[in-house]
Design a protein around this ligand. Structure first.
Ligand SMILES: *[C@@H]1O[C@H](CO)[C@@H](O)[C@H](O)[C@H]1NC(C)=O
Ligand SMILES: *[C@@H]1O[C@H](CO)[C@@H](O)[C@H](O)[C@H]1NC(C)=O
Ligand SMILES: *[C@@H]1O[C@H](CO)[C@@H](O)[C@H](O)[C@H]1NC(C)=O
Length: 351
């Protein structure tokens, strides 16, 4: 009986960081956002510098070589995705289209007598939702502010600011029916099918999972305040759920709770921080609970005891418990051996 209790205690000591979620609430499936970000720097009326990158969720898939305007492919599987659909045909006229875009931008800048240098940004892309629907967008900005945005329902470039340049760009684009037709096709046909192809060929890289590493510690935050900190790092993909439990119940949002944004690490993983302000020795038990795709339906639970329990104390307890368990086990074994020996046929023991 006592041995059972000890084993149970041991199990508690070693098992408590992992817990099945009572009601598994999986993180929602992610939307797939594909973005093309292009910058056109016009230093003077006769020169242009172009930069461009394609990003799928948070991965750079290809970028534009600023000198040759060739695409630099970031993963081998992107080649396979690029070979599908009408992308091959598109790429053959890509440089010509770029020259037309650049000519258009200079025309706009000259017509409004903009002062060089002028910087245009083009932000286009589409997003595939888990429910099968998708959305697309196309925006043109100058100096970091949107000039026009494409409205699919009205097939119309809506002006986003009341400057002469915004009005001129909007008006000119709305006049060019062929351009609108092409943008419509690119946004609502080419983009979603390209994203599906990228997701299919790049599955292994896109669905990569890295387990979070977490630590919980306390810091003095004032004369009668303690800041409990839960620091989680090294996880991928980005979505994560972090909560503090007080006596097993989730602490609701409030001034005591402070969770940071998800921040990127240099190794293409992410980190997040959550702080909870508590009164020292308030008699409650606290734990940081983490849910992440790499954990499946399990949660990672990191308890923080509102008592002074140092690692040294835990080690001493574990060693003591182990010693007692071994002693009891040895005593049982000794007694069993003795009992068995006395019951045994003496001839058998010779074998
Ligand atoms: C570009 O324009 C500047 C003046 O605006 C001129 O000095 C320069 O020679 C021109 N460069 C070319 C390649 O035409
Ligand atoms: C599909 O999901 C997106 C984002 O989650 C949502 O905005 C949209 O309304 C949903 N559409 C339908 C038809 O359920
Ligand atoms: C939340 O934490 C950040 C970083 O430690 C800190 O700058 C900020 O003031 C905190 N906010 C609150 C409401 O405690």
């Amino acid at each position: 009986m006592r041995l059972h209790c000890l084993l149970f205690l041991l199990l508690l000591l070693f098992h408590r960081t992992w817990a099945e979620t009572e009601a598994p609430s999986p993180l929602p499936a992610e939307s797939k956002l594909f973005q093309l970000l292009q910058t056109f720097l016009l230093p003077s009326a006769n020169s242009t510098k172009v930069a461009g990158v394609a990003v799928l969720t948070d991965m750079f898939v290809y970028m534009l070589d600023p000198d040759t305007w060739n695409l630099r492919i970031c993963y081998p599987w992107v080649h396979q995705a690029m070979a599908e659909g009408d992308l091959v045909k598109l790429m053959s006229s890509f440089k010509l289209a770029m020259r037309n875009v650049i000519r258009f931008m200079h025309e706009m800048a000259i017509q409004v007598q903009a002062e060089y240098p002028v910087v245009f940004q083009v932000h286009t892309g589409c997003e595939l939702h888990p429910n099968g629907t998708s959305r697309a967008f196309a925006k043109i900005g100058e100096g970091g502010r949107d000039l026009v945005e494409y409205e699919a329902r009205r097939r119309y470039w809506a002006v986003q600011q009341s400057t002469l340049l915004a009005k001129l760009v909007g008006h000119s684009l709305n006049e060019m029916m062929a351009v609108t037709e092409m943008v419509e096709h690119l946004l609502y046909k080419t983009c979603p099918s390209h994203v599906r192809a990228l997701c299919r060929y790049g599955k292994a890289d896109l669905e990569r999972q890295e387990l979070p590493t977490a630590t919980v510690f306390a810091r003095k935050a004032g004369p009668a305040q303690l800041l409990l900190v839960c620091r989680i790092t090294g996880f991928y993909p980005r979505p994560i759920s972090v909560a503090w439990l007080r006596d097993g119940y989730e602490v609701p949002p409030g001034p005591a709770l402070n969770t940071s944004a998800v921040l990127p690490n240099a190794d293409f993983t992410y980190q997040i921080y959550s702080g909870l302000t508590v009164a020292p020795h308030d008699g409650h038990s606290y734990a940081c609970r983490i849910r992440h795709r790499s954990l499946g339906t399990r949660s990672l639970l990191l308890p923080w005891e509102n008592r002074i329990v140092t690692p040294a104390v835990i080690i001493v307890i574990v060693v003591l418990v182990l010693a007692v368990a071994i002693a009891i086990g040895a005593a049982w074994w000794w007694r069993y051996r003795k009992g068995a020996m006395s019951r045994q046929d003496p001839r058998e023991s010779l074998i």
